[in-house]
Design a protein around this ligand. Structure first.
Ligand code: ZN
Length: 240
């Protein structure tokens, strides 16, 4: 048999090409194959998205650490994960924004800003991703990770945070009257998860590290609120 990817001759017994690793005996691309690949990319127990989501939920720092140290085949790609969650969020916001937030109950001054922040929260998470990576890198410099490795780490964190927000959105839709309470609880839970992620990633439990993470969270919030406020002013000047 000839490998369709690298043209090397491969024995009949191989399921994967020993030269390039491509699966042998691939058929033509068609819709059925496309759906099958999509299904596998979700459910695959080694590198599927569901597998990743589960592991990111309770050992986010370790997942990122393993990925960076070379276990690339064990986990779904962080950058694809971020892009996919951004896309899902986009769909969700378009569908459910109005139902999730009852704007009539909110003061009109805040309403527009909130609506704006809500509608584009995926854009802001995406914008914050490199800043986020930079802050963590800066505060934990000297621990043998470079900026790109921190970017990889924060891609996982941002993707998973996006997923949590989508779930929160679904929850708000069901219980709109509890928006403020649930918002506070969810925000707190995400912050704790985020702190554990960094502690795991840098394999530390020191008090000093926890202080640094609190500082990172505070700075991240200030910067993202600043960005939201500035882009909102800009948006209002030019588009409204
Ligand atoms: Zn090959």
């Amino acid at each position: 048999m000839k490998c369709k990817n690298c043209n090397n001759i491969v024995g009949e017994t191989h399921s994967y090409c020993p030269y390039c690793g491509q699966k042998m005996g691939l058929g033509r691309l068609n819709f059925k194959q496309l759906l099958k690949d999509l299904w596998i990319s979700f459910t695959n127990t080694d590198q599927g998205i569901l597998h990743l989501i589960k592991h990111l939920a309770y050992r986010p720092g370790e997942v990122a650490r393993e990925y960076i140290s070379g276990r690339r085949k064990s986990y779904f790609n962080p950058f694809n994960y971020l892009l996919i969650t951004v896309a899902i969020a986009l769909y969700f916001i378009a569908q459910f924004e109005v139902i999730a937030l009852d704007y009539s109950k909110i003061e009109s001054d805040d309403k527009e800003l909130l609506q704006f922040a809500f509608r584009y929260f995926n854009v802001f998470i995406l914008l914050m991703w490199p800043i986020h990576g930079f802050l963590i890198w800066l505060f934990f410099k000297g621990r043998e990770t470079n900026y790109v490795e921190n970017l990889t780490f924060t891609a996982y964190l941002s993707g998973q945070t996006m997923l949590y927000y989508i779930l929160a959105l679904a929850l708000f839709m069901m219980l709109p009257s509890l928006l403020t309470t649930l918002g506070t609880i969810i925000g707190l839970l995400i912050s704790i998860w985020y702190m554990l992620a960094i502690l795991q990633f840098y394999q530390t439990k020191s008090f000093w590290s926890i202080l640094k993470i609190i500082l990172i969270i505070t700075l991240t919030n200030m910067i993202s609120q600043g960005i939201i406020f500035m882009t909102f002013q800009w948006y209002r000047t030019w588009f409204v």
